[in-house]
Design a binder for this molecule. Structure first.
Ligand SMILES: *Cc1c(COP(=O)(O)O)cnc(C)c1O
Length: 489
């Protein structure tokens, strides 16, 4: 009976049983994982996935879960493992995981009051909670989004509309200024917003990878002299690679002077809002016109949980469209679709709500502080290690470094590039740990993104030894590239 698979009054027991079975399976993986990854290759995994006949259902939850074990769970990448040190993925807070289960079962949709009721009020409370922590003032508002990329797009849409209202400028004359260490989603947003090629101006950074105020002033002045409109300055509070925070007060002064919208991309740095020791690092963010926060990065929330916040809630009307069937202009109810780029929308706010109600913000902030402390300690380790060069001291929880070797002398740059890249791939293929890679000034580097308070300095030291070993192997036999490796290089 196909109806027995629909969640409803008659299936409450099956709901309890199925969720329990799924949780048991994941729990076994959590306790059993020896590394963050098994090292499986797409070539070995794809045949298993391809062999599943999607037109022949198993008809049975137990069998489907057993199959899922083979095609996904056994070889997934696990972020809770203390040696997962690669990207901005966090271990997730238990109350948030519970929230995820609740929100998908009730399946509220946040577009209109008549599809959400209390969910709309809860989201609004959390928006207010966030704008209060940001210090955006009494007129502030915002909305949850699917991620930082969407939040940045949304903020820049508002900036574009405000610039058009204020100046009547042709979109071709609009410019967005962002540091060279800013996130690529800013350029993507500019493209989606119909701004021309070259509309995003990359402002140089100082040696700590923060936007250089002097260069921003020059770029703004260049805009003015050329008759262009600086539609927005997109500051970054926590760059993805370096965790660096642009000098927000100075940027806010310049934005005021040139009439530019100040957007602060705090997708990563937003965890500081909960920190009891580092909140001051976000000083100046209260002067932003809009802010991106990714709770799914530094608030230990499952993907997705993100929001865009604005100083002047009225600017959110630029995303409003009144549909007769959904949210007519005279609707007496709070309809979040008036503020959102999405229509049907998940109740992601519930995860943060339960996290704050069970743990509280201080506990979240303490977790983020712990990984920032760990990064500071790991910097000393790296700085004292002659095998590696570290780019800059961390402000948040990332470290960008490069294997250079010492014996008999540091490697030539090109060979070091290859050694670093191959060491990263070999480590990932071994499954023992995962680190990220990036390029700095054109040279291949390695990156730790630390978001797991369970990671210890011993873990870091052990992973550095593994990386050095793999790098050394690559150097000693540069012609030998393993079969799996060759494809990924
Ligand atoms: C991760 C990140 C983004 C993009 O956020 P998503 O949630 O991945 O879409 C934007 N800006 C910065 C600084 C980021 O680190």
């Amino acid at each position: 009976m196909s109806r027995s698979h629909l969640l409803g009054a008659r299936t409450a027991d099956a709901y309890r049983r199925d969720l329990r079975a799924g949780a048991d399976l994941v729990a076994a993986r959590l306790t059993g994982a020896r590394g963050p990854f098994t090292g499986i290759t797409p070539e070995r995994l794809a045949p298993l996935v391809d062999a599943v006949d999607l037109d022949r259902p198993l008809g049975d939850t137990t069998a489907a879960l057993a199959e899922l074990e083979d095609v996904y769970l056994r070889d997934a990448v696990y972020f809770h493992h203390p040696r997962y040190l690669a990207h901005l993925n966090c271990p997730v807070a238990l109350p948030a995981v519970l929230g995820e289960a609740v929100l998908s079962a009730v399946n509220s949709s946040l577009d209109t009051w008549d599809q959400s009721a209390g969910a709309t009020l809860i989201e609004r409370r959390l928006v207010d909670w966030t704008t209060a922590r940001l210090g955006l003032g009494p007129g502030a508002d915002g909305v949850f989004t699917g991620g930082g990329t969407q939040s940045n797009l949304h903020a820049l849409l508002l900036a574009r509309e405000e610039a058009a209202l204020r100046t009547g400028a042709d979109p071709a004359d609009l410019r967005v200024l962002v540091s060279e260490a800013g996130h690529f989603s800013v350029a993507k947003a500019a493209k989606l917003l119909g701004l021309p090629r070259g509309s995003v101006v990359a402002v140089p950074c100082d040696e700590r990878r923060r936007m250089r105020t002097r260069d921003l002033a020059r770029a703004l002045e260049d805009c003015r002299l050329a008759g262009r409109i600086p539609m927005a300055v997109a500051a970054t509070a926590g760059t993805t690679d370096f965790g660096s925070i642009d000098p927000l007060p100075e940027l806010a002064d310049l934005c005021e002077l040139y009439g530019a919208w100040l957007h602060v991309d705090a997708a990563y740095g937003c965890g500081l809002l909960a920190s009891r020791t580092r909140r001051h690092l976000l000083g100046g963010i209260e002067r932003a016109d809009s802010v991106t926060v990714d709770f799914h990065k530094s608030f230990f929330q499952p993907v997705s949980s993100s929001a865009v916040l604005v100083r002047d809630g009225r600017t959110l009307r630029h995303a409003t469209h009144h549909a007769d069937y959904l949210n007519p202009a005279a609707a007496p109810f709070p309809n979040q679709v008036d503020k959102s780029l999405q229509t049907t929308r998940r109740f992601d706010a519930l995860k943060l709500w339960l996290t704050l109600r069970v743990m509280g913000a201080d506990a979240v902030g303490d977790l983020f502080d712990a990984v920032c402390d760990l990064a500071a300690a790991a910097w000393h380790l790296l700085d004292a290690d002659p095998r590696f060069e570290v780019v800059c001291r961390p402000v948040l929880s990332t470290l960008v470094f490069r294997y250079t070797g010492t014996d008999p002398a540091p490697l030539p740059d090109a060979l070091a590039d290859e050694a670093n890249t191959r060491a990263r791939h070999a480590l990932f293929a071994s499954g023992a740990a995962a680190v990220a890679g990036t390029r700095v000034d054109g040279r291949a580097h390695l990156k730790f993104t630390l978001l797991n308070p369970e990671t210890t300095l011993d873990d870091i030291a052990a992973v550095l030894d593994l990386l050095a070993g793999h790098a050394q192997d690559a150097v000693q036999d540069p012609a030998h590239v393993g079969e799996d490796l060759a494809r990924t290089l």
